[in-house]
Write a protein of this length. Structure first.
Ligand code: GUN
Length: 293
């Protein structure tokens, strides 16, 4: 069994990005600039956004954090999005989700200029990805594809089972694994809450991607010997033996499953750190106008 070490790989990618930034600036180019909009005080969102800003600083990007109270009106938030769309210094930006209930997330996502949509959530980018045109790929699936590539895990012709059909992870990773590309060309089975024989399907998987948000859902009896396991879950569970009284676990029972696999991502330190580097890579692509010219 080999660990897919996202912490290490993301550091390597960040070194490459930092070197690119130096080169861009030495050649008189514009410093890449990522902006993030954070509404309200959701603790997980605060941590994610803080990590994104920190990562920007580390690689030499400019970053702007726009924080607003949860009471902000939809119209005020739409104005912020509009201003960021118009701001030539901002290469790309994200609006951290979830938004407060009185704000329509779809409306806000649709208002983001697809050229600056480094989250890859706008239907223009989702559609372009789906038909194989250059597009900003959503951070988590993009991070998983990079892991497969860098660890030279060939998924062509393999059976990949994906658990979870979210817009952010399950649906896009299913598309990316199955498309005619490298990595890609896999046979994909997408499972969800209405899937009948989930255990049997998991046992067939050469590659199992788990993104359900259910702590330790995947157990040893659900995994084929030699499978590749990608665990996207980040769940905080009670643990009286831990200093904080809680700890993070994935959707996979790591201790039981790991000895059976060829490769597995740990939680934390697997897919998580890769999502941030994906966002940085998208911002670099925006700066270079790689996707839309
Ligand atoms: N909330 C959880 N994940 C994400 C993400 O990747 N982007 C944004 N904008 N919000 C999120």
């Amino acid at each position: 069994m080999e660990l897919l070490d996202g912490k290490w790989l993301s550091q390597e990618i960040k070194k490459d990005i930092a070197a690119e930034v130096k080169k861009i600036i030495a050649q008189g180019g514009k410093q890449p600039h990522l902006a993030a909009v954070l509404v309200g005080d959701d603790p997980a969102s605060q941590v994610y956004v803080r990590n994104k800003v920190k990562a920007c600083e580390l690689v030499g990007f400019k970053s702007t954090l726009i924080r607003r109270e949860a009471t902000i009106s939809e119209q005020e938030l739409m104005q912020i999005v509009h201003d960021l769309n118009q701001d030539d210094d901002v290469d790309g930006f994200i609006v951290q989700l979830p938004l407060p209930k009185h704000i329509d997330e779809i409306k806000v996502t649709l208002a983001i200029d697809p050229k600056k949509d480094v989250d890859g959530f706008h239907p223009m980018n989702v559609g372009r990805m789906t038909i194989g045109l250059p597009a900003y790929l959503p951070a988590t699936p993009f991070g998983i594809m990079q892991m497969l590539e860098r660890y030279k895990i060939d998924v062509a012709g393999k059976e990949c089972v994906v658990l979870g059909r979210s817009n952010i992870v399950g649906t896009p990773i299913s598309l990316l694994l199955s498309r005619k590309a490298n990595p890609g060309n896999a046979t994909v089975i997408l499972c969800h809450s209405m899937t009948q024989n989930i255990k049997d399907l998991c046992r067939r998987a050469d590659v199992l991607v788990v993104a359900m948000g259910r702590p330790k859902f995947v157990t040893e009896d659900m995994v084929k010997a030699g499978a590749v396991i990608i665990d996207v879950g980040i769940n905080r569970i009670d643990d009286p033996t831990a200093a904080k009284g809680t700890r993070l676990v994935g959707d996979v029972d790591f201790e039981m499953v790991a000895p059976k696999c060829s490769y597995i991502t740990p939680v934390p330190g697997g897919v998580g750190p890769m999502t941030i580097t994906s966002l940085l890579m998208n911002t670099l692509r925006a700066n270079r106008k790689e996707i839309y010219g």
